[in-house]
Ligand binder design. Structure first.
Ligand code: ZN
Length: 271
């Protein structure tokens, strides 16, 4: 058992480690500068779920006990000033929802949104959550327009370029400028562990330049490229550079554990 998750942080990482109300969490230094914005990468620590879901599992799709998940979600939401916690049944799609009104029920009912893998809003008080175990949570924020977004991108999301779709929607619906967007790529499967034996049929040829060895790919670099292709400036992109599979004591890893939980990545504009 590790005593402090900050001991795993690589020197290159821009993540900062905090403990708030007993819950360990990470934050990105670029995004932390904006007082009107809150965001967090939670870990698997600090919840009530029992093995193999121990302990801060936030996904009902894992086979874990529903009352434990409810308590874990409560802990995530209570840490925030936002009254609403928004999440969806993720489906590795490229579908992103723009949230332009408040939910009618609070606490937000389970899975009010199906088959959604990203959210965008300019409303304050909506804490938007992506559930992660190896896939990437991508944080996006335009401080000029005060528009926040978060996206779930696994390899299927990468193939569909859900990242580009998110930036496009921020521009199209909220008049954001890509060069104003601050972005971060959360802890996820690193190049060390992103092995794709069937890459010939699963991945497009445009990903070939990100192939590091026979079957390993750098999806952090792929996401960075997709952000830059969408107009986000390189200096405005932070990468956690923390591999979930290499740190099973802190994060859930689907590849490493199969039956396991999902940790939370959240962003929202403060009330
Ligand atoms: Zn790894």
């Amino acid at each position: 058992m590790i005593s402090s998750p900050d001991t795993v942080l690589p020197t290159s990482s821009s993540l900062e480690f905090f403990t708030k109300d007993g819950l360990p969490l990470f934050r990105f230094s670029h995004l932390s500068k904006f007082a009107e914005l809150e965001h967090a990468v939670f870990t698997r620590l600090g919840g009530v779920s029992k093995p193999p879901f121990d302990s801060l599992n936030v996904s009902y799709d894992t086979g874990d006990d529903a009352s434990d998940i409810r308590e874990n979600l409560r802990r995530v939401r209570e840490l925030s000033d936002s009254p609403f916690l928004i999440y969806a049944r993720q489906s590795h799609s490229s579908k992103i929802v723009s949230l332009d009104k408040y939910p009618s029920v609070n606490p937000t009912p389970h899975y009010p949104l199906q088959g959604v893998d990203g959210f965008i809003t300019r409303l304050s008080g909506l804490l938007m959550m992506i559930k992660v175990a190896d896939c990437q949570a991508i944080f996006l924020y335009d401080p000029n327009r005060r528009v926040a977004a978060i996206v779930h991108s696994g390899w299927r999301g990468s193939v569909q370029n859900i990242i580009g779709n998110a930036v496009h929607q921020m521009v199209a619906h909220f008049d954001c400028k890509p060069q104003d967007v601050i972005s971060a790529i959360g802890p996820s499967l690193g190049p060390c562990c992103a092995e794709f034996r069937h890459w010939h049929r699963e991945l497009p040829t445009s990903f070939s330049r990100f192939r590091l060895s026979e079957n390993h790919f750098d999806f952090w670099a792929i996401s960075r490229k997709q952000l830059q292709d969408a107009g986000v400036l390189r200096e405005n992109i932070e990468v956690a550079e923390l591999c979930t599979r290499c740190h099973p004591q802190i994060f859930y890893s689907y590849r490493g554990e199969r039956q396991t939980g999902r940790f939370a990545a959240t962003i929202g504009i403060n009330v």
